[in-house]
Every structure is written in structure tokens, then in C-alpha cells.
Design a protein around this ligand. Structure first.
Ligand SMILES: *Cc1c(COP(=O)(O)O)cnc(C)c1O
Length: 402
């Protein structure tokens, strides 16, 4: 058990705004004035704390949010971007050049998979997709061209748990970077504490929690964040995925309730997972002792936030999955929609949506069944009633037998 408490780090983040406003003022400017040309020249030479140049580089509101996210992940520094994908793409392109290789987990977010598989080879960067839960396979895959080991702390959609300390040992032994996408387990797992070099989030999901915007972040060493923001060579600066400052301000406010939300998401998810299992349904939830990553997750997780709000059930085939999801929407369990981390329950069938970029035979190899339904559990106050509604749907689609 780790004793790092991200919620206290965020709580202790006090900001005294321009007028003593408890929520820092939202900066409404793309550019910033200088009192002298000399000062402007100085800022082009190197960053000056508290000085701003142009909003694609930094703006004060984005800086407030980035500093709070660095606290969440216990990293030296952080930057925010306009999407989780841009955070991933910019981090990888900051490190890799033509001829380099990446070792990536196989069960990763569909968009990340598509980028690694379809776009990177165009730039001469090749990716080996392996089962990153098997450390021997990871070691064997490394060559002198490898620059990055890439994984998700809790993988999508089967919720496999990455052994971050062991992967970090392997990365350090080869002087390469371990990048961890922590989107599924913010506050629960702290990858930097466990040895990761770079942590990515899609803020779109749990961290914002209201499904009203798309955003991302990178948490890492000050050195790496500076590299990404470098005016001449930084990917975040030059590819330009800027987060709007109004959005940054609203995400920062939502971040302050993350600990309460995650606790409730986790509690509700565990309740459903245990009860689905009692019905004899194949459930993937790392809080269940039957889950392959249960013991490892217990070892890695911070105390008090549970095992997260994501679970998956296997209905056996695509028809049943579709019928179940239709019924669940009709019964007001939540919405048939992609994405996750919303206050309402969201469900989709990964094989036909978020993981559809992954070829069918690859999906089968990963254990990604056609009948899989991925559910992001909401903040329902009466989770027992939600369970009864889902149970009714399972019965309707002939899943419970007689
Ligand atoms: C959604 C998601 C992303 C991509 O983030 P966007 O904000 O949609 O660009 C990356 N990784 C994971 C695990 C995700 O769930």
C-alpha cells in the first residue's frame, strides 16, 4: 500500500487570484504586453516565471490547471492540451525520430492504437505490440532502437493492471522512457511514484467528469515539460494543441471534487461487479478477487479510492450485447455512448466502437469478445435500484437462464 494522498495535494493547492478571487481569473487573451523590448527578448531566450508571451505557449489559466495536475501525479511539472490524443502524440513525437522503436501494450485505447499502428510507420517509427503484463516478453522485445515502453495503468477495455514498478526497472536498465496513460485510474494509481517517467491523462474522462469538453495533460519532469514547450523544438508548442482557458478553469474546479467522485464511482462499480458475479456472469473488474490483476492493483493503489468506476461484462455475442445495451438505455440505467468518467452511467460495446480500430483477429487474441459490454458506472445514489434495472434487462435478453 502506498501512502501518497493526491487528494490532500490538491486540497492544499491554494490560489490567490488577481483580486483575491478564490477561483483564479480566467485569462481572456491570446497575447501579452511587455513593458520593454528587452524583457520580450529575454522571454524568447528562456522562460521567466510568471511571465507570459503568447497563449499557444502558456497562459495563466492553463498554468494553474497544469500545476494542480502536477500535484495530482506528484510530478515536477505538467502541461495541458486540447485532447488526450494530442497529449499522447506530442509526448511520443518529442522522444522518437525516424528509425526508433516503441514497445506498446496490446490492450490500449483504440485511438492510441490507431496512431501507433497507422500513423507512426509513415514517419519511420515502428511499434511492437506486446502483452505488457508479461515482463519477459517486454524484455525480449527491447532492442537498441527502442525509446519508449508505452502502457495504460488500467487497460481499456479488459482492465488489465500494468506492473509499473517492474516496467520502470526494465525501462531504467535500458535508459528508455516509460509512458503510462492513467486515464482510467486518476487519484487511485500514481504512476510517477511507482517509477513512470511520463504520465498522460485524457482529462475528458474522470478528471473533468461532466462530459462537456475534450482535454488532456502530460505530467513529467520539468526538463521534459520544458522540452515539449520549447519555442524552437517543442511538439506541444509547434503542433499547437492549445486548451482554451475557459475550459481549463472549469476543469480545475471539477478536479477539486475528483476524490469524492472516484470513491463513489468505485463503490458503485464494486457493488455491481460483485452482484453480476453472483448471477454467474463473466465480469472484468479489478476489485474482484477473480480478476487477474487484483493482487497487483492492491499493491500499487493509493488507499481510500477503491478500484475505479470501469467494469466490463461478457454477454457472449454481439446480438446479446446490443439488446442488453438497448434495454439498459430504455430502463434509464444510463446512456449508450462511448467515453467514461461521467456522472451518469455510460456503456458501449468495445469491439464495435472504441476498440474497432483493432483488427478482429487481434481482438480475439487479446480476449476481447464480441459480446463485451464496457460500462462506466455513474454516481447513482441508489445503486441497488440500478442493479435491479440491469438484472431485469439481463433477464429480458435471455441471459440469466432458468
Ligand atoms: C479517451 C481516452 C484517450 C483519448 O483522449 P481524448 O481526450 O478523447 O483525446 C486516451 N486514452 C484513454 C485511456 C482514453 O480513455
Amino acid at each position: 500500500m502506498h501512502h501518497f494522498d493526491p487528494s490532500t495535494e490538491i486540497q492544499d493547492y491554494l490560489v490567490f487570484g488577481e483580486y483575491g478571487d478564490v477561483n483564479p481569473s480566467i485569462t481572456d487573451s491570446s497575447t501579452y504586453t511587455f513593458l520593454s523590448p528587452e524583457k520580450m527578448k529575454e522571454l524568447f531566450d528562456h522562460e521567466v516565471e510568471g511571465c507570459f508571451l503568447y497563449s499557444r505557449h502558456w497562459n495563466p489559466t492553463n498554468k494553474y490547471l497544469a500545476d494542480a495536475l502536477a500535484r495530482l501525479e506528484d510530478s515536477e511539472a505538467a502541461l495541458v492540451t486540447s485532447s488526450g490524443m494530442s497529449a499522447i502524440v506530442c509526448s511520443i513525437l518529442q522522444i522518437c525520430s525516424t528509425g526508433d522503436e516503441i514497445i506498446s501494450g496490446r490492450t490500449i485505447y483504440g485511438g492510441t492504437y490507431a496512431f501507433l499502428k497507422n500513423l507512426l510507420p509513415r514517419f519511420g517509427i515502428n511499434v511492437k505490440f506486446v502483452n505488457t503484463t508479461d515482463l519477459e516478453i517486454v524484455k525480449k522485445a527491447i532492442s537498441d532502437k527502442t525509446k519508449i515502453i508505452y502502457c495504460e495503468s488500467v487497460s481499456n477495455p479488459l482492465l488489465e493492471i500494468a506492473d509499473i514498478p517492474k516496467l520502470s526497472e526494465i525501462a531504467n536498465a535500458h535508459r528508455i522512457k516509460l509512458i503510462v496513460d492513467n486515464t482510467f485510474s486518476p487519484i487511485i494509481i500514481s504512476p510517477i511514484q511507482l517509477g513512470a517517467h511520463i504520465v498522460i491523462h485524457s482529462l475528458t474522462k474522470f478528471i473533468n467528469g461532466t462530459s462537456d469538453c475534450v482535454a488532456g495533460c502530460v505530467c513529467s519532469s520539468s526538463d521534459f515539460i520544458h522540452q515539449m514547450m520549447d519555442i524552437n523544438t517543442g511538439t506541444a508548442m509547434l503542433l499547437g494543441p492549445v486548451l482554451d482557458s475557459h475550459r481549463a478553469a472549469s476543469i480545475l474546479k471539477n478536479l477539486h471534487s475528483l476524490h469524492i467522485r472516484i470513491e463513489k464511482h468505485s463503490k458503485n462499480a464494486l457493488y455491481l461487479a460483485e452482484n453480476f458475479e453472483k448471477l454467474g456472469i463473466k465480469v472484468y473488474y479489478p476489485g474482484l478477487t477473480s480478476h487477474s490483476g487484483h493482487k497487483l492493483m492492491k499493491k500499487l493503489m493509493n488507499e481510500g479510492f477503491g478500484f475505479g468506476g470501469m467494469l466490463a461484462i461478457d454477454t457472449g455475442n454481439a446480438e446479446k450485447a446490443d439488446a442488453l445495451m438497448k434495454c439498459m438505455q430504455d430502463e434509464k440505467v444510463g446512456y449508450l455512448a462511448v467515453s467514461l468518467g461521467y456522472f451518469k452511467t455510460l456503456f458501449s460495446s468495445p469491439g464495435h466502437s472504441t476498440s474497432s480500430e483493432i483488427p478482429k483477429e487481434e481482438q480475439a487474441k487479446m480476449g476481447l469478445s464480441e459480446g463485451l459490454v464496457r460500462i462506466s458506472i455513474g454516481l447513482d445514489n441508489n445503486i441497488h435500484k440500478t442493479f435491479e434495472r440491469i438484472k431485469k434487462c439481463l433477464g429480458n435478453v435471455g441471459f440469466l437462464g432458468h
